[in-house]
Design a protein around this ligand. Structure first.
Ligand code: UT7
Length: 339
């Protein structure tokens, strides 16, 4: 019989493309301004992949960093979960391609689609596998290259997104640190608010679909904004309550990096002071499923996320979905062989 045990994050890494697009670039391609983008979103620049750069490459780089930080080898992995909505191909799973790239010979592998909530969904799934005793070492990757599916003639979406990957290793812990609670949710009534319509079974790709840019992201921005403002606070409070903590116990809040106004309103709801909120949306834009692990990795590198800290992460996205988790942090940048 498998017994319930605690799982935690024992390694973390991230990877970003080199190419930077700043707001001035967008002034040159659509009717927008640096001032509008900064005041409405907080974004100043974002990283985008070049031709030929794909999800599995960034994912593998982030994964190798996470393995290094955990001090374990790829051969030890039992499972790879890749949270993505912009994988290398519709199928096979990007997780399987990552498996081959990093040499995780004995790992099972699958992708998970929950939009920008995908990383916390995948973390929750990994937590369940480890706590149940089914697996010991799970690689969770959040990776998205939304620049590849962005309509660069649509000013309401093209300024928002950037590319990147973040990865963690989830494994059993001695109980002094680990994943304390998770909350997942979905409201399919909002499915049409944020979508790529063409390329699935409902609307296969046709010349007409491409001409009308149905193969790119379409979003009802202000509806998603209102949902995000409500759900980020609600989900964080639920996750805290589930593990018997309150906002006063939080050392650092690492929300999905979509829009500074959404982040600030969630932080106000939790009554958190600015020094407890991690923000890097100004540098990377919205990297979808990658945003939370990239932010956690950076927070740890900067010494803002330390062993013993209580961290709340929360995301929202296509579905519409939401996901939050409270984690007692247990690692540092020089944990394994250093990141
Ligand atoms: O991770 C999940 C993915 N989703 C999101 O993160 C998006 C959540 N939504 C948002 O972040 C915000 O809704 C946006 C940043 C997308 C838009 O901000 P907003 O304050 O909700 O603006 P709005 O959509 O209400 O538009 C206000 C005005 C409109 O003009 P009119 O109709 O008032 O004349 C837009 O056409 O701003 C206009 N606008 C722009 N103007 C300059 C929209 N995009 C731009 C732009 N530059 N890039």
């Amino acid at each position: 019989m498998n017994s319930v045990r605690r799982a935690g994050i024992v390694g973390i890494g991230s990877a970003l493309p080199e190419k930077v697009l700043n707001n001035e670039y967008f002034e040159s391609i659509v009717d927008t301004s640096d001032e509008w983008i900064v005041t409405r979103t907080g974004i100043k620049e974002r990283r985008v992949a070049v031709d030929g750069e794909c999800a599995s490459q960034l994912a593998a780089r982030a994964a190798e960093q996470a393995l290094n930080n955990a001090g374990i080898s790829a051969e030890e992995l039992d499972l790879i979960i890749c949270a993505t909505i912009s994988g290398d191909m519709p199928f096979p799973a990007t997780a399987s391609i990552v498996q081959e790239k990093i040499g995780a010979k004995k790992a099972a592998a699958f992708d998970l689609s929950a939009g920008c909530s995908g990383f916390v969904y995948a973390l929750t799934t990994a937590n369940s596998f480890v706590c149940s005793g089914t697996y010991n070492k799970v690689l969770v990757v959040g990776v998205d290259l939304l620049s590849k599916v962005t309509d660069y003639t649509d000013r309401t979406t093209c300024i928002l997104f950037g590319d990147g990957a973040g990865a963690v290793i989830v494994a059993p812990t001695d109980g002094s640190h680990g994943i304390l609670s998770t909350v997942l949710g979905s409201d399919g009534a909002g499915a049409e608010l944020l979508k790529i319509e063409a390329g699935g079974s409902r609307m296969p790709i046709t010349v007409e679909a491409i001409e009308t840019r149905q193969h790119c992201i379409k979003m009802a921005g202000s509806e998603v904004f209102k949902f995000a403002v409500r759900i980020m606070g609600d989900a964080s409070l639920q996750a805290l309550e589930k593990c018997g903590l309150t906002p006063e116990d939080v050392d650092i809040f690492i929300p999905h990096q979509a829009n500074i106004r959404i982040i600030e309103s969630a932080a106000r709801r939790l009554n958190l002071p600015p020094e407890k909120i991690f923000v890097n949306v100004q540098k990377y834009g919205n990297t979808s499923a990658a945003s939370i692990p990239i932010a956690m990795s950076e927070a740890m590198q900067e010494g803002r996320l330390k062993p013993g800290d209580v961290v709340v992460m929360v995301g929202f996205g296509a579905g519409l979905t939401w996901a939050a988790s409270v984690v007692k942090w247990g690692i540092s940048a020089n944990n394994g062989n250093s990141v």
